[in-house]
Design a protein around this ligand. Structure first.
Ligand code: NAG
Ligand code: NAG
Length: 185
């Protein structure tokens, strides 16, 4: 009885690790502007076309705090660069992590005067995660031109670490079970 309970506890624990691993594999982190970060003098429209974004992904805006900020706005405000209305979220940490939680169009601007008009603005369409699980999980990452940071590397590493931990914990717990089982017998 005791042994069964113990085993079930461990199975439950391992299940949690598996689930969190799957969760990690699904979400990807994209640094806006890649190595260039969130700054003036960059084509964010072009950047926004490079990736396909899915629900659960995270956008990271890197900049010197105080020099820029990140506003999620409505499409109208994105187009007009007039933020007297249409602000949905505001971030100003210099390392803003924006979780893309909904399948919808997201619009971002920098609200420092003239930065939006100067090009610090872009929109992305976030889609529901891979709807056909039968197909390959991830397309191969685009060739890493100019050392650009794409989300796949981070995800692969996260996945590997998680799977290693899972294996270690799994072996350890089952060994523990075996030892307890032997002692009681
Ligand atoms: C994004 O999705 C489109 C259509 O599903 C595909 O053709 C394209 O290769 C994808 N782009 C990337 C960077 O994965
Ligand atoms: C921004 O919009 C508001 C009202 O929508 C308007 O009163 C204001 O003049 C606009 N600002 C600029 C700089 O166009």
């Amino acid at each position: 009885m005791k042994i069964t309970l113990h085993l079930m506890n461990n199975l439950f624990f391992i299940l949690i690790i598996i689930l969190s691993t799957i969760n990690q594999i699904k979400s990807e982190e994209y640094t806006v502007g890649d190595d260039y970060g969130w700054n003036t003098g960059f084509d964010y429209f072009e950047w926004s076309q490079k990736y396909n974004f899915s629900v659960g992904d995270i956008l990271v805006f890197n900049y010197v705090q105080g020099q820029h900020n990140t506003y999620e706005v409505t499409e109208d405000t994105y187009r007009s660069c007039n933020s007297s209305t249409g602000i949905l979220q505001m971030y100003d940490s210099g390392n803003d992590k924006v979780s893309l939680t909904e399948a919808k169009k997201y619009w971002f601007i920098c609200n420092i005067p003239d930065h939006c008009r100067g090009g610090m603005k872009f929109g992305i369409e976030v889609k529901q995660g891979s709807s056909n699980p039968g197909s390959t999980p991830q397309p191969p990452p685009p060739p890493p031109t100019q050392g650009s940071n794409n989300g796949y590397k981070i995800v692969q590493i996260n996945g590997m670490v998680a799977w290693t931990l899972l294996a270690i914990f799994g072996i350890w717990f089952f060994e523990l079970d075996f030892l307890i089982y032997c002692k009681i017998i």
